[in-house]
Design a protein around this ligand. Structure first.
Ligand SMILES: [Zn+2]
Length: 272
């Protein structure tokens, strides 16, 4: 496949874990890690970022460290992640969490928010849709894990509402960046999933979010996500998607393609 990406995404595949850099306003830093350039082996080759998929923990630590060196330099000391459960809970992360990242990793949430410099938020995926949400005025940022269950519960719209409620950042000041995820070409689901989505008010009048195929229905997670965010008040021009399918493009880990035994890529964002 071609390794060309359109603005605001650009590939960094210099030594260490490869990632798609997102052009966010200074002093923000954001990106989506990819599969190559890490130390993991076997099914986790090479840049697995998750401790909870059966990979050697030492190698995950090295991968995360090497990614931090590339993206954060001295600004960030650790990548802060949580226990993702396909829900819609948001967790506000502060500088105190840097002292106890293991505790945060046990907290169930599918969106992380922060307004504090030096806090690098991370969400891990391997087919689910990762989102980076950035305030154009750099007051706050968020990362979101949106698989189909999270989408049904509107996790990204909840995160947008929480950015307004907690940090007074209106949706009109946000930019949203959608990273690599399984696309409609590879995401076949049963009719029961389509029927559940049909009930979502934000999809009324939206066409093209699924299509019939020989083996079932192809669900377009990205189209559903975009419709939800536009219904929440985001301007279409502020929604940016990299349009990489994790399942049919091997620069990413894919849960479906790799039959559940695989690594995770990391979506990250922070304020320096
Ligand atoms: Zn595909």
């Amino acid at each position: 496949m071609s390794l060309k990406f359109n603005y605001p995404f650009s590939l960094d595949n210099q030594s260490g874990p490869a990632y798609l850099r997102v052009a966010v306003p200074t002093p923000l830093v954001a990106g989506f890690s990819l599969r190559s350039g890490g130390k993991s082996r076997g099914a986790f080759t090479a840049a697995n970022m998750s401790y909870s998929v059966g990979d050697d923990a030492g190698r995950v630590t090295e991968n995360r460290h090497d990614l931090l060196q590339k993206v954060g330099g001295r600004q960030f000391t650790t990548i802060l992640t949580c226990k993702q459960v396909h829900g819609n809970s948001c967790k506000v992360v502060t500088g105190q969490d840097i002292e106890t990242p293991e505790q945060l990793a046990q907290i169930e949430a599918d969106a992380l928010l922060t307004a504090e410099p030096g806090v690098l938020l991370g969400i891990m995926t391997a087919d689910c849709l990762p989102l980076i949400i950035a305030d154009k005025k750099s007051r706050a940022v968020a990362v979101v894990h949106a698989g189909w269950r999270g989408l049904e519960m509107g996790v990204a719209a909840v995160a947008v509402a929480e950015l307004k409620r907690i940090f007074s950042v209106p949706v009109t000041d946000l930019s949203v960046y959608a990273g690599p995820a399984i696309a409609a070409c590879c995401f076949t689901v049963g009719i029961e999933v389509i029927e559940r989505f049909h009930k979502l008010s934000e999809l009324q009048g939206v066409s093209g979010w699924y299509r019939k195929s020989d083996s079932g229905f192809q669900l377009d997670l990205l189209a559903v996500q975009k419709a939800q965010l536009l219904a929440a008040g985001l301007a279409a021009a502020d929604f940016h998607a990299v349009n990489v399918c994790t399942c049919c493009q091997d620069l990413c880990f894919s849960y479906r393609r790799d039959h559940a035994i695989t690594g995770r890529q990391l979506a990250f964002v922070g304020i320096t």
